[in-house]
Design a binder for this molecule. Sequence first.
Ligand code: GDP
Length: 445
Amino acid sequence: MFESLSDRLGSVFDRLTKQGALSEADVIAALREVRTALLEADVSLPVARDFIKRVQDKATGSAVTKSITPGQMVVKIVHDELIRVLAGDEPADALKIDNPPAAILMVGLQGSGKTTTTAKLAKRLKDRNGKRVLLASLDTNRPAAMEQLAILAGQVGVDSLPIVKGETAVQIARRAKTQAAMGGYDVLFLDTAGRLHIDEVLMDEVQAVRDIAQPRETLLVVDGLTGQDAVNVAAEFDGKVGISGVVLTRMDGDGRGGAALSMRAVTGKPIRFVGLGEKMDALETFEAERVAGRILGMGDIVALVERAQETFEAEQAERMARRFSKGLFNMNDLKGQLEQMQKMGGMQGLMGMLPGMGKMAKQAEDAGFDDRMLRRQVALINSMTKKERANPDLLAASRKKRIAAGAGLEVSELNRLLKQHKQMAEMMKKMGKGGGMKQAIKQMM
Ligand code: GDP
C-alpha cells in the first residue's frame, strides 16, 4: 500500500527536516513536489489541489517558518491534512449490525473482489464478534459465482443460503431474509450480481433488492488498483443506489493508492475496509490515522500489534501491547520481537511497521541486515543475564565483552543491538503516551 507515494514524500520531507531554517519559498517548493507525488499516485486533481492549498495556508505563516523545527511542523501539517482527507469529519464506525438479522448489501462491478470480501467480512464477524452469519448470492446470471460464495462460506465456517435454480434476485433476497430471521442469524450478507460496467439493468436490480432487504449497510467493493476509476464507480453507485461505505480491494498490490486519498473527498463516503490479499484474513479496517502514518513512513504500531495478535498467543500479545503502551520495552521484549519476526513475514514486512524503521529497510538490506543478523542478535540477548536483559543500562564494558564473547561475536555488534533497542524503546514510549501517531509527532516537535 502506498509504497511509491510514501517513498516520494519521504525524500521531500527528509530534505525539509534536515534544513534548519525554512523560507516560505522552501515550503512552497516542497509542497509543489508533494503535489506532483499525489498526482502520480493517481489522486484526482481537484483533491490534490485542495490538499496543497490547505497545507500551504497553514504552513507558510511565520509561526511555522520561525519555529525551531519548521520542517517537522510542515510534516505534521501534512499528516493532519492527510487524516482529514482520508477520514472526513466523522469517524467511519463499525458495521451497523444491531437488530438482528441485519442485512448487508454488497455491491460492485464484476471482478472487484465482491464475493471474496463478503466471505472475509463474514469470517471477521464470526471470529471477532461471535456473530452467526448467513451468506446469499444473488448472482443469477453466473451460477459459478453462486457456487463460489457457497464454497467460501464453507471455508470460513459460516452458512450459505441453499441455491435454488430459476429464482430472480428479488426472490432470493426474500427467501434469504426469511431464512435469516427463522434461523436466528445475526447478519445476512447479500452478494449482488456484478456487471462489467455500470448499466441500468444492474442498478434497477440492486434497487429492487435494496427495497426488499432494507439493508443496514450497503457496501461498495471497488478495485483499488483502478485508481480514479474506482472513485468514479463509487460516485455512480452512490448516486443510483446510495452506499454507506466503500471497501477498497487489492491494496496489497503496488497500486498507487490515489483511490484511497480521493474517495472521501469526491464521494463523501468513508472507506470502511481495505483488502490486502486473496486469503480470507487479508482484510483490515481503514483507520485514517494509521494510513496517514503509513503514507508518511512513520511506522504502524497498531498494525504491528494486530499482526502479532494473529501470530502470538492472544494473552502474550495483550501483555506486549500493555507493556508498550506504558513505554516498557526491555531486552526480553526485543528478543521476543526478533524471534517473532521470521514468523511474521520476515524482516522486510515487519520493518515497515516498526516506528522509524520504514525508511531504514532498504539501507538495512544493503548492509546485510537480514535473517542471519536476527539470529546473531538473539544469540547476544541469550548471552545476557536475566538482570541485564531487564535493565540494559547495566551493560558496562566488561559485561559487554563477556556477552559478545558468549555469543561468539564482536562488541561492536552488541553496541549496534543496544542502539537499536534504545531507539525502539524511545519510539514505543512516544507511541504509548496518550495513544498514537498524532501524539508522537507532537512530541517530536
Ligand atoms: P467478484 O467478481 O467481485 O465477486 O470478485 P471475486 O471475489 O471473485 O475476486 C476476483 C479475484 O480477486 C479473486 O481471484 C480474488 O482472490 C481476488 N481478490 C479479491 N480481493 C483481493 C485483494 O484484496 N487482494 C488481492 N491480491 N486479490 C484479491
